[in-house]
Design a protein around this ligand. Sequence first.
Ligand code: ADP
Ligand code: MG
Length: 359
Amino acid sequence: ASKQKPKHIKKLDNSVINRIAAGEIIHRPSNALKELLENSLDANASQIQVLAKDGGMKLLQIIDNGHGINREDLPLLCERFTTSKIQAYEDLEKISTYGFRGEALASISHVAHLSVITKTSDSSCAYKAKYIDGALSAGGSSEDSEPKPCAGNDGTQIIVENLFYNIPYRKQALKKTNEEYSRILDVVGKYAIHNAGVAMSCRKIGPKTIGNDVQTSKESSKPEIIRQIYGRSIADSLEKFEKDLSESVLATRFDGYASNGIFSCKKTTLLLFINNRLVENSSIRSSVEQLYSSTFPKSPKPFVYLSISIRPEYVDVNVHPTKKEVHFLNQDQIIIEVVNAIQQVLMHSNNSQVLTVQN
Ligand code: ADP
Ligand code: MG
């Protein structure tokens, strides 16, 4: 058989590269929302409002009262790998912001129509700009694409419309708008708990709109927000735990709330924040589940909110396109410490009559 001749290798067009990359970072509306929420928190906002239509597919809007964006930075805002948060690779070692890759807004602008209205405190007016495929765009109108002065409060409003308009199969796969909206609510709720002190709200536009689905105030405490979002029976069953090992070799500190054995959730709920990032970690999840099944006779499913702080140099945040996972040193020992701390409070909880601690 005659061999097929190899095709020539060619560099992809930038627009193709960027759309492929964007698809890796933004899988669904809740990924976009997480990025936008993190930007608002990075901008030191104390108030964040989220609005969604059709599960965020038609419209995702987020308004914050953070430090805003300088007028002269607007042309670069949605260009890939442009950021105000790091300058050198080494900065990643002591990163204290959520963002660092300058990819989120760029990615969104490659798979949706993005507009921004922003005002810094030293500017006399706000500016509005529209973006498509990484660059300022006139959005189909005959005007130029330059940012336009307009009225507005200090802070930033980002409007994302028609998500995946140019990726039909993905748009098709995300037709269950209720499910997408509940993922959005889930992200907002978890960040609201972790960032108690920042007033957050989330609601949807649509026929069944009845006020805010999440609404926290500046004064709400973590347990109060957990109560609002996960309900009374979970909130009433929570025990607080914490441990400071920052002086030890583990260089870690953690705290959180764990449900006692009285309340059994239908499924495990683990709200895990590592250095303030909402992440997943299957080892921590299974260790906590195992603790509950070996501690309580009825093997209840746990509800655990856990916030771990680790010396930034020990954490690798750049392992996943959506930053959904982070890697950290001494993972096994840290998990043992966490499980021990939760076990301690469960044993000493007032409701310990249900406990039959084994071994
Ligand atoms: P990154 O967060 O990794 O820097 P993004 O694409 O998410 O990248 O954002 C690019 C830049 O836009 C940020 O570095 C920041 O300077 C600015 N920015 C984005 N969102 C906001 C916001 N809500 N408030 C203030 N500045 C913002
Ligand atoms: Mg960001």
